[in-house]
Design a protein around this ligand. Structure first.
Ligand SMILES: [Zn+2]
Length: 62
């Protein structure tokens, strides 16, 4: 029950934009591939900078 609550907290932090975006998989810094934050979509496409991970993910901006 408690660890479930912590998971929820971590998830909400992931969607905040007041700190640099990190990879949801490995925690590494990411690079913005596509910035749509000033469009109706309000999203950014990120790629993980870790060569072992290279995860590409979408972050929503609010
Ligand atoms: Zn990563």
């Amino acid at each position: 029950m408690e660890s479930r609550y912590i998971d929820l907290l971590a998830y909400s932090v992931f969607f905040r934009t007041d700190q640099p975006t990190t990879c949801p998989k490995c925690g590494n810094r990411t690079e913005i591939l596509l910035d749509l934050s000033h469009t109706l979509n309000e999203t950014q496409l990120h790629e993980c900078l870790s060569v072992n991970c290279k995860k590409i993910f979408v972050e929503e901006c609010y």
